[in-house]
Design a protein around this ligand. Structure first.
Ligand SMILES: *Cc1c(COP(=O)(O)O)cnc(C)c1O
Length: 638
């Protein structure tokens, strides 16, 4: 669909163009007013709230763009979906065990996220997964002690193990998953010293490999987990110590974002074999932990593609329950508690990044003389000829000639044979020709392969008030595609094609990969800016992994963060407002002291007064300016 070819435009056309109903998973839609809405289900029915209403509510409270918006209801909905889906699959298939969800803290460690998961997850007994001491401290101080499950992965030292062991006394079911054989002696020693018997799990290195970006987490060469011979060694050691009864969990994690359900099935089948054998060795077991991997459909294409998935959560839970049941039943092994550590699908939908556009560059010709100045460079005359003869039948030829003349002009300029004025006229003419070629191509709807890059080459650059490095690190680091679209004006035709540059002035600080019907595209249709009116875009599904992987490139700091809770009557409450970093905060991260900086600058200003280059009033003004700079938001402020 090409917006420029369509004569009328409605909100429905925007819904199709931006595919919001595909990636939005029922949580996002468009209103009749042409605004993106968040949709929340209540017993009495569905409620929709326009993101623009939230933006203006936040603006009135003095918080500027960019802004990370968290919609608490969506997190609740995801936790409910995951738990209910397993419950339903188990009930339907007659599974004898139960489901235990744990949220891996590393996916989003922010306090309010973890607290919300603990609060809402309580009704399902949702637990936490900790991969480091810091995360264990978070888990133990957030979950209530009575029976809460805390799965401890990662490398564990004495301090980690002591804390975990002692937490058992408070009623936590804190399970140490052995990742490397060297952990076992420490666990045994500390357990003897403290007189507390541990809960032990083992992480197996499965031979099954999976597709997707993180597939190196699976297979023989995975850097995590125990080989088969190491598993046997651990079992033998536990037997020798009379502690095999402590072995209760088998863990495997094949990587994040597994796009293909068949890979999941075969991995679960292999995991079941390990489980059955450990039961036969005499371990009590009871937990089968399948790790993460449940994907998010960023593209909304329901396909076996790294940024998508060819299954739903219901298919995922049904497949796991079915494979576990069939494999274990055939071996008369009781059904375990199935644990999953789904982080990405739990939090991805819940956060979105909102930002405004502060400038645009167009690649369009300025005013051109209707005929070439007679004594101009012959190349200019040639370009005028191309412009005159340009027609649907000779686009390729005209394009080739134009490129040739462009290279010639630039070459001559380098050698000093062409003036800046002539080159400027030439570049203008070239843009005019290329734009006309593109216009004809779009009308015909068919693009020859040689001309495919033209749209990208002529696309506008919209300057967005955000830092890709701070807020969308996976976009920059691994080419992750997030859905991006305007959150208003969707009843209007988006007549421009654009890429988005961020505020960091780094050539990597850009978004130039967008979702499309068949995978991805290089430009995004957007609306022309209107004078005196902000234009707001949203980047969706950014709740997983983006917040703490982000960095301070060019010293753009944390954005403002606002949480909202949508109520049954369609109103919403701002449940939390966190101001982003000020410039003084950011300078502190790189060891500057704001007070000291101000002091130094004050001395300089005072010197200026003494030498007569500043009046006392001017000294006050420049100091006030400097102080305001330190207090300011690191982003573009209006
Ligand atoms: C990262 C990680 C997860 C989270 O996986 P997702 O598929 O991203 O939800 C779960 N378990 C372990 C051990 C991990 O390292």
């Amino acid at each position: 669909m090409n917006p420029r070819q369509m004569t009328t435009w409605t909100t429905e056309d925007s819904a199709r163009l931006y595919r919001i109903r595909d990636w939005g998973a029922g949580y996002f839609d468009l209103s009749d007013k042409g605004e993106v809405t968040a949709k929340v289900g209540f017993p009495a029915g569905e409620v929709q709230v326009s993101l623009m209403d939230i933006v203006s509510g936040i603006g009135e409270r003095g918080l500027q763009m960019p802004l990370l918006l968290r919609i608490e209801n969506l997190l609740d909905a995801r936790i409910a979906l995951l738990n209910e889906s397993f419950r339903a699959a188990m009930a339907r298939q007659g599974y004898q065990g139960s489901y235990q969800g744990v949220f891996p803290i590393k996916v989003n460690q922010q306090r309010q996220v973890i607290e919300e998961i603990a609060r809402f997850g309580a009704r399902y007994g949702h637990g936490l997964e900790a991969g480091s001491k810091a995360e264990l401290v978070i888990a133990l101080s957030t979950l209530p002690g009575n029976g809460s499950v805390v799965v401890c992965n990662g490398y564990k030292d004495r301090e980690f193990i002591d804390l975990g062991l002692r937490s058992l006394k408070l009623g936590y079911r804190c399970i140490f998953v052995i990742e490397t054989p060297t952990e076992l002696p420490i666990i045994l020693e500390r357990s003897k010293a403290l007189g507390i018997r541990p809960l032990i799990g083992m992480r197996a290195k499965l031979a099954t490999t999976v597709g997707g970006h993180w597939n190196k987490t699976s297979g023989d060469r995975s850097i995590f987990g125990l080989t088969t011979s190491q598993l046997i060694e651990v079992v033998d050691e536990l037997k020798a110590q009379g502690m095999l009864d402590c072995l209760q969990l088998l863990h495997c994690h094949l990587g994040s974002q597994i796009p293909n359900i068949r890979d999941i099935r075969s991995a679960v089948m292999e995991a079941c074999r390990y489980y059955i054998n450990l039961v036969r060795e005499g371990a009590p077991m009871g937990f089968l932990d399948l790790g993460g991997g449940l994907a998010v459909d960023y593209l909304g294409s329901r396909a076996n593609h790294t940024q998508s998935m060819n299954y739903t959560i219901d298919e995922y839970s049904a497949a796991i329950v079915e494979v576990v049941m069939e494999t274990l039943d055939a071996n008369q092994v009781p059904h375990p508690t199935i644990v999953t550590e789904s982080g990405r699908p739990t939090v991805a939908y819940y956060s979105l990044l909102l930002f405004n556009i502060f400038d645009v560059t167009h690649f369009e010709a300025g005013a051109l003389p209707s005929t070439p100045p007679p004594d101009e460079n012959p190349l200019i005359h040639h370009l005028y000829e191309v412009l005159e003869r340009l027609a649907a039948g000779n686009l390729q030829q005209c394009y080739n000639k134009t490129c040739f003349y462009r290279d010639e002009i630039r070459e001559q300029f380098k050698r000093g044979q062409v003036s800046l004025r002539t080159r400027s006229l030439a570049e203008n003419l070239i843009l005019e020709i290329l734009q006309r070629i593109l216009a004809i191509l779009e009308k015909n709807g068919e693009t020859p392969p040689e001309l495919e890059g033209l749209r990208e080459q002529l696309a506008d650059i919209y300057y967005g008030n955000l830092s890709v490095f701070q807020s969308l690190p996976d976009h920059w680091a691994i080419g992750q595609v997030f859905p991006v679209m305007p959150i208003h004006r969707l009843g209007e035709r988006p007549s421009r094609e654009a890429i988005i540059a961020d505020i960091t002035c780094d050539s990597d600080g850009r978004i130039d990969n967008f979702i499309d019907v068949h995978g991805t595209r290089k430009t995004l249709p957007l609306h022309p800016l209107k004078d005196g009116e902000e234009y707001y875009l949203g980047v969706f599904l950014v709740g997983a992994y983006q917040e703490t992987l982000g960095d301070l490139h060019n010293l753009f700091g944390d954005t403002n963060v606002v949480s909202v809770r949508i109520n049954e009557d369609g109103s919403f409450d701002l449940t939390r407002e966190d101001q982003g970093d000020s410039i003084a905060d950011i300078l502190g991260y790189v060891q500057y002291n704001a007070k000291e900086l101000f002091e130094r600058f004050r001395k300089l200003a005072e010197q200026g007064v003494r030498q007569g280059s500043l009046s006392i009033a001017e000294r006050q003004e420049i100091l006030e300016c400097f102080a305001a700079g330190l207090r300011g938001y690191t982003y573009f402020e209006r």
